[in-house]
Design a binder for this molecule. Sequence first.
Ligand code: ANZ
Ligand code: ZN
Length: 802
Amino acid sequence: MKEYNPKNLEKKWQDIWDEKGTFYASDDKSKPKYYALVEFPYPSGQGLHVGHPRSYTALDVVSRKRRLQGYNVLYPMGWDAFGLPTENFAIKNKIHPRIVTEQNIARFKAQLKSLGLSFDWSREVDTTDPNYYKWTQWIFLKLFEKGLAYKKEAAINWCTDCKVGLANEEVVNGVCERCGGEVVRKIKNQWMLKITEYAERLIKDLQIVDYIDRVKIQQENWIGRSTGMEIDFNVTGNQQIRVYTTRPDTLFGATYMVIAPEHPLIEELKSHITNLNEIEAYKEQASKKSDFERTELVKEKTGVEIQGVKAINPVTEKEIPIFISDYVLISYGTGAIMAVPGHDTRDWEFAKKFNLPIVEVVAGGNVEEAAYTDTESGVLINSGFINGLEVKEAKEKISSWLEEKGIGQRKVNFKLRDWVFSRQRYWGEPIPLVYCQECGWVPVPEEELPVVLPEVESYEPTENGESPLANMRDWVETTCPKCGGKGERETDTMPQWAGSSWYFLRYTDPYNDKELASKENLDYWTPIDWYNGGMEHTTLHLLYSRFWHKFLYDYGVVPTPEPYQKRTSHGMILGENSEKMSKSRGNVVNPDDIVEEFGADTLRVYEMFIGDFEKSVPWSQNGIKGCRRFLDRTWKLQSILVDGDALSSDLESTIHKTIKKVSEDFENLKFNTAIAALMSLINDFNGKGAINKAEFKVFLMLLNPIAPHITEELWQMNGFEGMVTDQSWPQWDEAKTKDDTIEMAVQVNGKVRGTIVIAADASQEDAKEKAMADEKIFAFIDGKSVVKEIYVPGKIFNIVVK
Ligand code: ANZ
Ligand code: ZN
């Protein structure tokens, strides 16, 4: 018997698949389709990480299985290649980002190919290719045309190291997600996309897709829909403050108000305010903090009372003080709140610090000790005409009352903010707009797309925070497409999230130069049947792409309101020390080394066997060795191979059970238990000392999606016809998966007293005989008389004694 030598045979099969185009999706639309998708990688300079193949192998298994089940499968791959790390590398090493990107892509591609992933490489997309970003720009123009892209002076998150504006989603724990640098607030003119216009639908349509719960929940929380009321409070100087509250029922307990430091009312009340200096100083201090710092719960509350002005609580008609404090954000609700310290934790902390009255209006807690925040239970007290009502009823009654009086109205609010879409960087898609003094912002005509990123000398962002494109005067200066007068191009570029917001559509028709993809191809291939990707993208890419897709649906470009029918997510692979793999910790495992030493099939088996697919797991070199041994044992099955073209009777049931288990486990992300079942099957063959050809074939087909190279090689070496990829996925016979004997619980007077092992269809007499023969059970019957027997075949046997 030849040695198992993955190195040669893996390359051999990869070349055969390439030559034959085995994994090309066909444009023959008569077959049922299956579109499996994994998040395309950012081709970083570090090359592939062992985390990447976890997701890619999982859906590779699904794709390979689907092909064997007769589907026309699209499993594509591409490159999300615009972005900061490449640009930073280019600046540091003085190489054009285009060249850096090409090198990185070449390396990634070679690495992915060495893993035998069944991608359709004929449909590769690259977000930095002008033929691709032409359509990214086109989508932007459509958004602009529909009023969903607008430029606005906005306080943005500004990374002081990257010198770039960040979306809220890119600020993690108060620092820049990419570089860990300090994030401050800065006022800049930014292009924004109105994702908020889709907030309601982005929540509602989560009902029509099959996403795992934690993804759904995270999206819901991020979009943050809440229902409440806006209420007007009268203020000194004939002014009003409008607040947003989700608890109008607590209005009688509103003992003071708080407005955000940026609230315009301060300007309007200037002539009444007697401590303006103090207030200005506080505003100055607050302006330096990010929203994250301001809303941190643990933080000690700060604020200043506005002297010289008061508000009136509309139901108690009492005068109450007004504060400015940074725990109220200008960007949410109305930027002002009615503070109810008895029932809101932040208000309670503030009230304690500033010695403000705390009134209990919902019974059930002890508001001297802590705010009572339970909204599910409790009856209103100290609350005039809503006394005695449950919270829910009280909300209804006071809401109607306030609406009748014209001092309040019901309101739905969302946490979701519009998407900051400008980047003051070079390596991104140019925003295809021209500014004209006469006409304002004018779109570049569609037939002139793409607006190609020009060659520049230096990619450093400028000191004043403008994009390096701003320095290219001959590119910037152009004519207005509308009036022919002088115009200037927009020099901001798009964020990295732009290209990834629609890439899955392009795979269906990657060379189309008339449309982003043809209607026929989109009709056939979309929606994506199964999309797997990282949890870290739940509130970024996943949300953005759903937004763009909905927009394209409204525009009539795509046939479905949702892009992804099913979304799952894998856990991270950590270092052997259970910490995140990173260069600085020195615990990074390079997949190339594993392939070199053990083979791609071993790496694939290992990545799928390593543990619960949805959980994070530490890497283990011993685990790798164990997986290699499994493949060695697979190889050695040849030494006990005998003739026979039907399953042998003693293993028939085991094999049907294994087919069922593996088939179902692959659908439920339980790759680890599928592999365990195959390992156990090998033991059965070895125990018997023989495996016949029919059995070997089934075994190889079941293992093929996980270890495609070794299985093709064994198929060929043993003279089986065709290739594994030409076969049909094995079927199981449900009847043959049923155990002939079962374990049945036996009760005496309703209590389980033991179990018996009997044939599934045993008669009542057989069951009774077995039960009486069991010492433990008999002990409860001995000396008594049996008055009744209840026997449910295959389920339970209950004996009643007196
Ligand atoms: C009175 C009240 C009483 C409140 C109570 C809560 C509990 P969600 O559910 O997140 O929408 N709020 C409103 N605008 C705010 C802003 N700009 N900055 C900080 N906090 C703000 O939260 C709505 C609640 O958050 C509102 O309801 C308001 O406090 C506060 F027992 O009003 B509530
Ligand atoms: Zn003009």
